[in-house]
Design a protein around this ligand. Structure first.
Ligand SMILES: [Zn+2]
Length: 224
């Protein structure tokens, strides 16, 4: 019989049976097969001699005593990984459109308020000032966002370069104020202006291209 002890969870490399053996082999864990002072038969750390179960219990006790520190650590970790998390969520959402539909249905009151505000902002922003050709250009931007979402599996949105309901300045629902960006870029941008001055200037330089408003405002065909 092979008397060498193998830890069942680990690879086929034999686990050192003593701290001394682990140290001489440059290893970080060892397994004596004997219970620790708290009765756990577990792998131990070379650094402290503590068994893994004792270490888990100690960590658990610490986090119960330090909920604020845990919360801070979780927040910091979430902030570090925010982009990855958003990307993963957007990829998942693109593959599970029914979830979005359900969510919208369950939050229909909030959604209705949001849509109403957005619709009126859009309507105010367009107010029939656009030509047929410009309306088609807007439709093309939305089609492009849909195409990119389907082809890449990453959610793409139509973004207003100058936000429709920005804090200081309101943008227009016109083709040259639209751009296709990923969902995560969009959530990061929110209702803020672009940091890029060139993008702003490019939009503002074209504000004279609006045609004269007709007497009756057209209904907004993009009100979702
Ligand atoms: Zn222990």
């Amino acid at each position: 019989m092979n008397s060498e002890i193998h830890h069942p969870k680990k690879s086929s490399i034999p686990m050192p049976v003593s701290r001394a053996e682990a140290l001489s082999g440059g290893r970080q864990h060892y397994f004596t097969g004997k219970p620790c002072k708290h009765g756990h038969v577990e792998v131990r750390f070379v650094s402290s001699g503590e068994c893994m179960e004792c270490s888990r219990v100690r960590a658990q006790r610490w986090s119960t005593k330090n909920p604020d520190k845990i919360r801070t650590m979780r927040k910091a970790s979430a902030a570090r990984n925010a982009d990855k998390v958003t990307e993963r969520y957007n990829r998942w959402l693109a593959k599970n459109p029914e979830y979005h539909a359900n969510y919208r249905q369950q939050n229909s009151d909030k959604r209705a308020l949001y849509e109403a505000k957005r619709r009126s902002a859009k309507a105010a922003a367009m107010l029939g000032h656009l030509t047929e050709e410009q309306l088609e250009q807007i439709a093309a931007v939305y089609a492009e966002a849909k195409r990119l979402t389907e082809e890449t599996g990453v959610l793409h949105h139509v973004d207003h370069i100058i936000p429709l309901q920005g804090r200081d300045v309101s943008g227009l629902h016109v083709p040259w104020n639209l751009q296709v960006i990923t969902g995560s870029d969009n959530s990061r941008k929110g209702n803020r202006l672009p940091l890029d001055n060139q993008a702003l200037d490019a939009v503002q330089a074209r504000k004279d291209e609006m045609v004269a408003p007709p007497r009756k405002p057209v209904t907004n065909p993009y009100a979702a």
